[in-house]
Design a protein around this ligand. Structure first.
Ligand code: IMP
Ligand code: MG
Length: 187
């Protein structure tokens, strides 16, 4: 698991900028976000869209995406615990719930990365129970090699190899979310 690699790097010398290599630069991210926004705009013409941002990781992506969609967009936030700071994923729990009802709304869940698919398969099932008019999933990054749970993704930014990534919202122990690009740690 990635946690082991990261724990090891941290114990030995901490993670510094030298450990992070660029995977997707800022311009490529922004171009991709524009492209996804245009697809969403077309698919939801004339409809109000509710974007659900999964805190904290997808906050950067959600905000950029919302700004690029020319239309009626609402933003809601939800937080579920997934990785925690240790290596093994424990049971997923809802840490922060939506503030508004999504009943009869056209909802797009916005995620930073789909890894095993565990978080999303749980969350989508849960949100379906709240009777939205439609429910789609948009992720900036996808690591298909790591998938354990079947989740249908409607909008994908980039499929990436099995690497631990940071930046543009993604963290390693809360660090490096603020990088404007996606970097990776390790080999
Ligand atoms: P999943 O439930 O295994 O799909 O994991 C999804 C969550 O794990 C993401 O929303 C991230 O918070 C976290 N995660 C998975 N891979 C990475 C990574 O490479 N870097 C940082 N966080 C990750
Ligand atoms: Mg996340």
């Amino acid at each position: 698991m990635y946690g082991d690699i990261i724990e090891k790097i941290k114990k030995e010398r901490g993670i510094s900028m030298e450990d992070i290599k660029v995977l997707i630069d800022e311009q490529k991210i922004q171009d991709k976000v524009t492209e996804i926004a245009k697809r969403i705009e077309k698919d939801y013409e004339g409809k109000e869209i509710t974007l659900i941002c999964i805190l904290k990781g997808s906050s950067f992506f959600t905000v950029d995406l919302a700004k690029k969609i020319n239309g009626n967009v609402k933003i809601e936030f939800i937080q579920v615990s997934s990785y925690g700071s240790s290596t093994v994923s424990h049971n997923i729990e809802l840490k922060l719930d939506l503030k508004e009802s999504i009943e009869n709304k056209d909802v797009i869940v916005v995620e930073d990365i789909i890894d095993t698919g565990r978080t999303l398969s749980y969350l989508l099932e849960h949100l379906k129970g709240r009777k939205p008019n439609s429910l789609k999933l948009c992720t900036l990054l996808d690591k298909p090699e790591r998938r354990l749970y079947d989740v249908k993704v409607d909008y994908t930014g980039f499929e990436i190899p099995d690497k631990f990534v940071v930046g543009y919202g993604l963290d390693v122990n809360e660090q490096y979310r603020n990088l404007p690009y996606i970097g990776y740690i390790g080999e």
